[in-house]
Design a protein around this ligand. Structure first.
Ligand code: NAP
Length: 255
């Protein structure tokens, strides 16, 4: 029997092929969860399971963890994830981490409808589709659970070149709070995490000058690590946070 904060639970993680999602798989598996790593890139999700999760567990094989190809913005793909989850595991999902996300940055005056819609489709509607699908299963089967949605500090304060992204992330907070109010009666907690600037591939497009300017505004004087966000996710997934729901928690180094 594996010990840990979330021992014996099933964790579905989107955007699991990279960055914060991958780190969440690592920490949740370290804490005893069986992980379903879902990502647009199947190969990246497999890599998370093989290279990160299993090793992080200290296991000699990849255990029961599974990789699934998923486009969170596509209803059929979300349905496939739900079916795979139910087929592979007799147990029900009790942890859902919505980490899939994209940026399509541009000045608002130059931002295309397409780049606005794509960001909303993945970051906001994708989070909704996953939340609705798994909350339905959890409520119908009376399985308590914890849903963690990755928003962004930019959703609270805005950012140059990110009208689309900040709108999507502010939407995630509102949606989280509403879902928490609806799902509390089923024993399902829903919380949002608002990272500041975390060292993952998504910020590789930020020019060095902008990065330096940002760092000057971070009291801790550095970018965050994906694993630091993952530790917060694991806390919210576990019973240690049993009275926390509808919360939006900053993790920014003070930014
Ligand atoms: P990341 O390293 O780029 O990871 C995001 C993952 O989501 C990638 O593997 C990406 O796949 C996947 N993805 C993109 N579109 C998808 C879709 N439609 N369906 C399924 N998976 C999809 O970025 P990250 O930093 O870990 O970001 C994770 C979350 O944290 C995002 O929601 C992001 O907005 C949020 N966040 C990040 C920061 C930061 O500073 N890093 C700050 C605040 C909030 P591809 O690579 O194939 O596109």
């Amino acid at each position: 029997m594996v010990a840990g904060m979330v021992a014996g639970r099933l964790a579905v993680v989107t955007g699991a092929g990279s960055g914060i999602g991958r780190a969440a798989c690592q920490v949740l598996s370290r804490e005893g969860a069986t992980v379903i790593a879902a990502d647009k890139s199947y190969d990246s999700a497999v890599d998370t399971i093989k290279t990160h999760t299993a090793l992080a567990c200290g296991a000699s094989d990849i255990g029961d963890h599974t990789a699934v190809e998923l486009d969170v913005a596509d209803q059929a793909s979300v349905k496939n994830l739900v079916q795979t989850t139910l087929k592979h595991y007799k147990t029900r999902s009790t942890i859902v981490v919505n980490s899939a996300g994209i940026t399509r940055d541009n000045w608002m005056l130059k931002l295309s409808d397409e780049d606005f819609d794509n960001v909303m489709d993945v970051n906001l509607k994708g989070t909704f589709l996953i939340m609705r699908a798994f909350a339905k299963i959890m409520s119908e089967t009376q399985t308590p659970g914890s849903i963690i949605n990755i928003s962004s500090i930019v959703g609270k304060y805005g950012n140059l070149g990110q009208t689309n992204y900040s709108a999507s992330k502010a939407g995630v907070v509102g949606m989280t709070q509403s879902a928490a109010q609806e799902l509390g009666k089923f024993g399902i907690r829903v919380n949002a995490v608002l990272p500041g600037f975390i060292d993952t591939p998504i910020i590789k497009t930020v020019p060095d000058k902008v990065r330096e300017a940002i760092l000057k505004q971070v009291p801790l004087g550095r970018l965050g690590e994906a694993t630091e966000v993952a530790e917060l996710i694991a806390f919210l997934a576990s019973d240690k946070s049993s009275f926390i729901t509808g919360a939006a928690i900053d993790i920014t180094g003070g930014y």
